[in-house]
Design a binder for this molecule. Sequence first.
Ligand code: ATP
Ligand code: MG
Length: 420
Amino acid sequence: MENIRKPRGTMDIMAPEIYKWQFVERKLKSVAARFGFSEIRTPTFEDLSLFKRGVGEGTDVVQKEMYTLEDKEGKVFALRPEGTASVVRALIENGRCSDTYPIKLNYLINCFRYEKPQAGRSREFFQFGTEVFGSADAGADFTVISLADTALTELGIKGIKLHINSIGCPNCRPKYREALVSYLRSRESELCETCRTRMETNPLRVLDCKNESCRKVASEAPKTLDYLCEECSAHQDKLRAMLDASKIDYVVDPHIVRGLDYYTKTVFEFIAEGIGAQSTVCGGGRYDGLVKELGGPALPACGFGMGITRLLLAMDESGVEIPSPDSPRLYIASLGVAAQIKAGAMVDALRRSGIYAECDAVGRSLKAQMKYADKIGAAKVLILGDAELETGRAALRNMTGQIGENDQTEIEIDRVAEYI
Ligand code: ATP
Ligand code: MG
């Protein structure tokens, strides 16, 4: 019988790789806490219609990348392709839209998109996200951008650049849209099939298409920045002044439009050098219309999503060394059943008192136990046999010195905690 394999585009993560993941996750959570964000957890699957409305029917995510499933009652759900729509739904459903502003939330979730797996792109991926609700002020955009920048800096990632743009609001977008559509019509023959059909219904998406020929058309397209209304312009200026004051480096990049439908005004991406084609480590922006679109009050919001795999690739590229996990402070080697039982009880007591200790749980010979203690990096080894149990004294060996220098002291067994 053939062995069952994991689904294409998914990952098994274990030691030593898992230490890197845990390091990144701890860092992201600690930075978010310092910025006053609290965690939110929502279901892994939601009503399909949430994502259709929240992400947008015209997006690649909804049109091509969704994992949908039907339950036994015929209800149709989707595995979440991103986090924002669920967070908004949860705020509305739980009556939390009028909590004290700004409402600052973060999450670390698995997301699912049916995409072509490659470096930095998988079908189940992990995303750290933040959202701020209840502020239309550029100070909120600044908060999430500086959070992302702080996290990237503290993770040791170098060669990363913040790209920002503004895609306007329902006030100024119609005028831009008109200009864009008439430009796209003039270049229609160069567009891919998808873009040809969506250029009238959803022209902004064409600017986000990955197709090479569409990208060329996009690069010469009218720029949203040239069409901003006064309010959007002032918002963008204030954000830039705030970034300048904090010395957060950025480039204004008219090609950033973001793949999801709900963005307004600020959009941004942190782009890493040297990690291949999937170089957007973090993407986000403002989405002032989304809460209302999903049935809540008119609540302005902004946030970002950060892909963990791409963070790890960027950290590797930057040569970041991740501290290895702690080694045991003591290994208790034993010879004979009575000594093994005593070792087990001692290790149990040490662990309960907060000390990382190990003993034999495999039935190894004394020699093999010493080899194992060395392999797991135990700082000290206590050796127990029948004689030691009788006298209550045993040799404590220091394992951290040079070979041949392993000093050894005789101690009272029951006072071992004082020596380690
Ligand atoms: P891309 O242009 O790379 O497809 P996107 O615009 O679809 O990105 P978002 O929806 O903004 O991505 O998601 C935020 C972040 O999540 C991305 O910047 C990226 O780091 C990560 N991400 C998105 N899709 C994947 C995926 N399939 N595999 C791994 N990480 C992903
Ligand atoms: Mg995508």
